[in-house]
Design a protein around this ligand. Structure first.
Ligand code: G4P
Length: 528
């Protein structure tokens, strides 16, 4: 197969959802279609159940499982599909944000009964900011839930999307009859007692066909005709161009658990979902079909075995072809490296691969060379943009509880931060270290891992910050900036890239600073 074709047939995407909406179930059904697994339940979920949130041992266990499910690749009708796993748990939101830098499109799962939930709102906002093409799957139609039109209103309002239904439900919950596929103009009948088997689709070129009554009954037939008519009046027509720009989001209805409506979703996905997209570096736009390889690290995963401190760095191939045992430039470290056993991921297993193409994810064994955001090239000195840190929600001083282990502690902290477990800020005026996280749970994980993997002990102490604001001075030499630094002295810190950060204690403080020092810009994201 030609190089261009190989790249063009890749579809790399992530599924985002609030926990319990059905992300794992949908993933599994997609893999079933791809023949990547033989039965439901074969893919262990790496989701962290709500009930287990206080149990960090459970998280440690899950961490191991999630290496296997980080990327799930399968073949479907000539396409190579890469699903990137995104933790739904809010304490791992940062992980999900970063994974979204490596996807070319996204499927959003919404529970028909619960409607739009908090985590979905946050994640969709990130996708919207980056204009990532999105498809929406409304799940659990076999349960009682919202009216489809009401739900679409809510999706438009809360998620800020412009939707266009591609399939339409007939009934819901106990009266759920099936799905009408607006693209294929076919009807699929739902048979609750035959969950795993997919019913044949009945084709309807013309919905006025009286056969419709025979298939779904008078009342449903009449309703369906009315609703389809209304859809054509209310919602915009699907346009691939708008979808690619993030201006329109097709919606599908179904029940992942019952394997219903999933095929319609997948069949449309492979037709419309984008192939690998260009990515901007600090010096130029990099195109996927360039001959030379380039890629970036979007995730680092520590292995479970505490005796071996090796990790896996997940690299998204942005351009060209990644080859085993070829020399590449680690741009930040200015170091040539080659990799003898790069991994590719297939459903529930990983394998050493000779080559990977733009769009693919390769897992590289790492002994501490990589950091999230690092770029690999064939020699060009550039780095990819768009892998920002977001402001943490929690802040604590980290104290060394065993001075004999200072070196181990420093190494441990540095490596955990490179992995992106949390963010480290060093206060400018006294050099004390503060750890910022998106969830309180991370502090337990860090403490546990420092002790078990590095033999270091730590204690924490509260630091009264509300948000980390990355500071940008319009004029660094201005009196105004000097005054800002003088007044905020005790709250100014440096992040891992030595960028200046203002640790503000309230939204009021941020507002006041913005008013008093208009030339000092405060950002909640590290890239601006
Ligand atoms: P998540 O990864 O988004 O957190 O969700 P997951 O797929 O684990 O689904 C959450 C729960 O919702 C699971 O039930 C799952 O079986 C159920 N579910 C998923 N899709 C559907 C659907 O289409 N209809 C119905 N009725 N339920 C659905 P659970 O009891 O929490 O877990 P399990 O014991 O079944 O694994």
């Amino acid at each position: 197969m030609s190089f261009e074709k190989e790249i063009g047939r890749r579809k790399t995407f992530g599924i985002i959802a609030h926990p319990d909406a059905g992300k794992t179930t949908l993933t599994e059904k997609l893999l079933l279609f791809g023949g990547a697994i033989q039965e439901a339940g074969a893919v262990k979920s790496n989701k962290i159940k709500k009930a287990a949130t206080s149990d960090f041992m459970e998280i440690e266990r899950q961490r191991g499982i999630s290496v296997a499910t980080s990327v799930l690749a399968f073949e479907y009708e000539g396409n190579k599909i890469n699903i990137l796993d995104t933790p739904g748990h809010k304490d791992f939101a940062e992980d999900t944000f970063r994974t979204l830098t490596a996807v070319d499109s996204v499927i959003v799962v919404v529970d028909v009964a619960k409607g739009v939930e908090e985590q979905t709102e946050k994640l969709v906002e990130v996708c919207r900011m980056r204009n990532i093409p999105m498809l929406v799957f409304v799940n659990k139609m076999d349960r009682e839930g919202r009216d489809a039109f009401d739900l679409l209103d809510e999706i438009e309002l809360k998620l800020g999307l412009r939707v266009t239904p591609m399939s339409w439900p007939i009934g819901i919950g106990a009266t759920f009859k099936g799905i009408y596929d607006l693209r294929q103009k076919s009807l699929r009948i739902y048979a609750a007692e035959n969950k795993q088997k997919i019913s044949e689709a009945v084709l309807f070129d013309n919905l006025d066909d009286s056969k419709l009554e025979e298939v779904i009954g008078n009342e449903f037939a009449e309703n369906l005709r009315e609703e389809i008519h209304l859809i054509s009046e209310v919602y915009p027509d699907f346009s691939k161009e708008d979808y690619m720009k993030g201006d329109i989001q097709p919606v599908f209805f179904g029940s992942a658990l019952n394997n219903f409506g999933v095929k319609e979703l997948l069949d449309t996905f492979v037709v419309i979902a984008p192939e690998p997209q260009p990515k901007e570096s600090n010096i130029r736009m990099v195109l996927p079909n360039e001959e030379k390889f380039s890629g970036f690290v979007f995730k680092i995963h520590a292995n479970m075995d505490p005796k071996h401190r090796d990790r896996i760095a997940f690299v998204k191939v942005v351009s060209g072809k990644f080859e085993r045992n070829k020399n590449y430039l680690h741009v930040r470290a200015d170091k040539k490296m080659k990799f003898s056993s790069p991994n590719a991921f297939f459903a529930d297993k990983k394998e050493v691969v000779e080559e990977s193409f733009a769009g693919d994810i390769v897992g590289l064994h790492d002994t501490g060379n990589f950091r999230i955001g690092d770029t690999l090239t064939e020699g060009e000195k550039m780095f990819f943009k768009g892998i920002p840190s977001f402001s943490p929600e929690f802040f604590r001083y980290i104290n060394n509880a065993d001075p004999m282990k200072t070196k181990q502690l420093e190494k441990g902290i540095a490596q955990l931060m490179d992995e992106g477990v949390a963010q480290l800020f060093t206060l400018e005026y006294n050099n004390r270290k503060i750890i910022g996280t998106v969830g309180a749970l991370q502090y337990e994980v860090i403490q546990y891992r420092l002790e078990h993997e590095y033999g270091a002990k730590v204690t924490y102490e509260n630091f009264p910050a509300y948000k980390a604001c990355w500071v940008e001075a319009v004029d660094e030499k201005s009196e105004e900036f000097k005054e800002f630094k003088r007044i905020k002295q005790k709250y100014l810190a440096r992040d891992k890239y030595n960028q200046m950060v203002f640790l503000a204690d309230s939204s009021f403080t941020i507002q006041m600073s913005r008013e008093k020092f208009p030339s000092v810009k405060l950002h909640f994201v590290s890239e601006f």
